[in-house]
Structure formats: structure tokens, C-alpha cells
Design a binder for this molecule. Sequence first.
Ligand SMILES: Cc1cc2nc3c(=O)[nH]c(=O)nc-3n(C[C@H](O)[C@H](O)[C@H](O)COP(=O)(O)O)c2cc1C
Length: 223
Amino acid sequence: MDVYEAVTSRRAVRGFTDEPVSREVLERVLSAAAWSPSGSNIQPWNIYVLTGALLVELKTRAVERVAHGDPWDEREFEMYPPALKSPYGDRRSAFGRERYSALGIEREDWEARQRAAIANWNCFGAPAALFCYIDRDLGRPQWADLGMYLQSVMVLLRAEGLHSCPQMAWSQVRETVAEVLSPPDGLILFCGMSIGFEDVTGTVSHARTGRAPLNETVTFVES
Ligand SMILES: Cc1cc2nc3c(=O)[nH]c(=O)nc-3n(C[C@H](O)[C@H](O)[C@H](O)COP(=O)(O)O)c2cc1C
């Protein structure tokens, strides 16, 4: 698979089969992703990989907790600014509209939206997941480094025939994640990532998200 195909075929997949992902493949992907750039090569990513019984335990705990309506853990970072100005707010609304209409969920049907959201904490059925932490003393440039690393992981997964879904939703139940992973004090959970083979037979929508036209996000400055 060439790089263009790997990048453009990556999407947030929200329905996986239970076919296991081997440790060998995960090690190969994570070893290659380690070549991602970071300012002064500080490599600020701290990754925990979870499969098997421990992942089942985490999913069970998280789904039960959310299904019981427990409140989220106190936030360690804001996922989005409270008022998302244009064009970001418009794009976010468009994404929500596309996602829920693909699932056949009415905008006002809060319960159905909640049910769809709960699938996050079941890793959308994926048999493998990683959790990406960063030291709380590090700053915005290092958080950007995490993004580069995570994109490398997702693109490399495509080269292995695998799919993924990055999920900040896991930060909302970070204490449940910490109960299972026992990360050292001082780390903040940025996101989880579900990893596996896409379930192409299921009822989950495979619709692609759109993108803003190039001239909305890129300016060529030429003489
Ligand atoms: C940092 C980050 C966090 C995300 N968190 C979630 C999440 O919690 N749940 C989810 O279903 N998708 C999540 N997504 C997926 C985005 O919704 C998705 O990437 C975006 O809509 C573009 O769609 P595409 O990835 O399919 O191209 C996240 C993506 C990123 C980069």
C-alpha cells in the first residue's frame, strides 16, 4: 500500500470484528511509529497497549459506569473550547449531523445518541486498544508531537490491513482506565485508540466524513 492510499484510506472506523490483532503486528507498527518527529526528539508519547482479558475488563467497567449515568471524571484538559467559533463550530455541527443521520438517529433523540456514544467504551468491538498519555509538565508543542505519532500509528495500521479509531472519549473515564493500567502519577490521558479489522458486514455506517476544500485551509503565497 503506498503512502497516499494509507493516508486516504484511514478513517475513524466504528465497527470492528473480534479477529485478534497479533502482538507481533502491534510491535512492528509501534516500532515504526517511534520514528515520528518530536521537538528536540523528546518523544513525549507514553503508550499502553491493551488486548485480551484486561481489555474486556476495562470495556466492561467503562460501559457499565457510563450506562449507569455516572458523571465523567474531572477534566484534565478541555476537549474543545466552550464556544467553538466559525468555521470550526460549523464543521463540528456538520460532522454531528452526518454521523447521526448515517445511524438513523434524530437530532433530538438524546437516548439514541447516548447509546451510540456508549459504543466508544466498548472500543466499537475492537480486540485491541492503545492509550496515549503525556506528562502533565509538557506543553502545547509536545501535545502536537503526540498527534504526529498517533497519525503514524494509524497510517501504519492501514499498511497492515488494520483500521483504528482515535478516541478522546476515553479521557472522560480516565480514572477507570487508570484502575486497569496503573500509569505513574504525573501522566495525563490524552486519548485511547481502538484497533482491529473493520466489520464490513455490520449495521455500522461506513460513510466517509468530508473535508473542507483545499482553498479553505491552505494558502499558497506566490510571487
Ligand atoms: C484526537 C481525536 C479524538 C477523537 N475522539 C473520538 C471519540 O472519542 N469518538 C469517536 O467516535 N471519534 C473520535 N475521533 C474521530 C473523529 O471524529 C474523526 O477523526 C473525524 O470526524 C474525521 O473523520 P475520519 O477520521 O473518519 O476521516 C477523534 C479524532 C481525533 C483526532
